[in-house]
Design a protein around this ligand. Structure first.
Ligand SMILES: Cc1ncc(COP(=O)(O)O)c(C=O)c1O
Length: 452
């Protein structure tokens, strides 16, 4: 879709049956393999890029659409600002509202990223301490493997304000969802036994490292039963990767990046905030003219900047709907492929997946041979650097500490996190398989790998 004035009539929220459009596509309109290759031809050649999870990917047709929006602004900024920008952002928010099954478009804000969304929610908690609504020692719950930026945000807004933190330890490798549920219940019970009032639970929908899909709906339900006041789901990886239905999940706040698995350019995320008495008290950390007009409106103008990553959402949806089954089809095929590739690697290396296949999204944790002796986070980083520098492979590596581990006892302590996105081919994973086997055959251990 071109960014022309004619498009603006669509911004009124009455013509948004985008999902229905997909089924009307004839099979001839479906994207071909060569078109997919062309869409990602800007990826550096010779690199096995199996880390979509970290920074996502953006097709060239969307990069072109983004440039058109940027030019549209630069051509006549005044006109763009007064007549187009807000309508277009509303249009994008309405598309997301439909996709995630939110009740009202006011519940959907577009922000830069999951880090910004965490700041919005936790700043709100910080004020409650500052204004005396929360008491010293009141608690926030988080998973021990919460994303580092979120942990730091808790430190900045909660711990500093006098709040305490209840940490839920997740075992890894994992055998079932029940293990997560049991640990969650245990941590909540311990916090309550200490007389703590739990003001907020922060739950990942898909943990980053190690990566697993968390039974978030069950955990939200437990929070409600146990009197946890509010629940924030950090679903940075979710949309395009797992099914997202915010009504069904039932959390108060839910954020997902759109630049990870939804093909948007960096950076844009949606933050869903269920309508409630606290809604008017949620604010963007960057205060501008719209302060006090609701989070979605505040977020739609945080000063002069490039808003183009928010404006391309309609074009992104058109891109997605060129694939059979739209976003659901893409994620199912990615999931099946990543599990198949993960199992192929585990067989070749004599290891196993870090969790059952149904707990993998479009990413999978695969055990690395114990002979590589990954014995620290630094070892994991050095191996990742070696794979990138010497073998042209982009893949993150996780060090899993094992209690009572005796150096050299043959335990798997390292995992690769592989991703699968529409541009990946089997060759990407074969390249990783062979690189690891080569290091093993050469008797390389992580101790020998110094930073490049
Ligand atoms: C679980 C989780 N939360 C938050 C983030 C932060 O995302 P961003 O850097 O886009 O803010 C990430 C990024 O990978 C993540 O995995």
């Amino acid at each position: 879709m071109e960014p022309t004035n004619d498009d603006d009539h669509r911004a009124n929220g009455s013509d948004h049956n985008h999902l229905a459009k997909r089924s009307k596509l004839s099979s001839s309109a479906l994207v071909t393999d060569s078109e997919i290759r062309a869409e990602f031809a800007h990826h550096q050649s010779g690199i096995a890029r199996i880390n979509n999870g970290s920074f996502g990917s953006c097709p060239s047709s969307i990069i072109a659409a983004q440039k058109r929006w940027q030019l549209h602004f630069l051509q006549q900024p005044d006109d763009f600002f007064f007549n187009h920008l807000q309508k277009r952002i509303l249009h994008s928010r309405t598309i997301i509202k439909d996709l995630i099954n939110a009740e009202h478009v006011d519940e959907v804000s577009l922000v830069d990223n999951a880090t910004t969304a965490a700041a919005i929610v936790l700043q709100h908690v910080g004020w409650a301490f500052a204004e005396g609504r929360f008491q010293k020692g009141d608690a926030v719950v988080m998973l021990h493997c919460a994303f580092q930026a979120v942990k730091k945000s808790i430190e900045a807004y909660v711990t500093r304000a006098g709040g305490s933190v209840i940490v839920v330890h997740l075992p890894f490798p994992l055998r079932s969802e029940e293990e997560i549920v049991a640990e969650f219940r245990k941590a909540l019970a311990k916090g309550k036994a200490n007389g703590k009032k739990v003001r907020l639970a922060i739950i990942d929908h898909i943990t980053s490292m190690p990566c697993v899909v968390v039974p978030v709906r069950d955990l939200v339900k437990i929070c409600r039963e146990e009197g946890v006041e509010r629940v924030f789901v950090d679903a940075a990886h979710a949309i395009g990767n797992v099914h997202v239905d915010v009504e069904e999940i039932g959390a108060d706040f839910y954020v997902s990046n759109l630049h990870k698995w939804f093909f948007c350019p960096p950076s844009v995320a949606f933050l869903y905030c269920r309508k409630s008495p606290v809604s008017p008290d949620l604010h963007h950390p960057v205060v501008s003219h719209e302060y006090g007009n609701g989070l979605a409106i505040e977020s739609a103008w945080i000063g002069t900047r490039d808003y183009s990553s928010q404006l391309v959402i309609p074009e992104v949806l058109e891109f997605i709907n060129r694939f059979e089954g739209g976003i659901e089809g893409i994620r199912m095929r990615n999931h099946n492929a990543v599990v198949e590739m993960g199992q192929m690697l585990a067989t070749a290396w004599g290891t196993a997946l870090g969790c059952p296949p149904d707990m993998c999204p479009s990413m999978a944790m695969v055990g690395l041979p114990a002979s590589l002796r990954i014995l620290s986070d630094n070892d994991a980083l050095n191996l990742r650097t070696r794979l990138r520098g010497h073998f042209g492979i982009e893949v993150p590596i996780h060090y899993q500490e094992i209690k009572d581990f005796q150096d050299g006892d043959g335990c798997v302590t390292g995992y690769v996190r592989i991703s699968h996105q529409v541009y990946n081919t089997v060759d990407d994973y074969l390249k990783l398989k062979d690189a690891i086997l080569q290091l093993v055959h050469e008797g390389v251990t992580c101790k020998m790998l110094s930073p490049e």
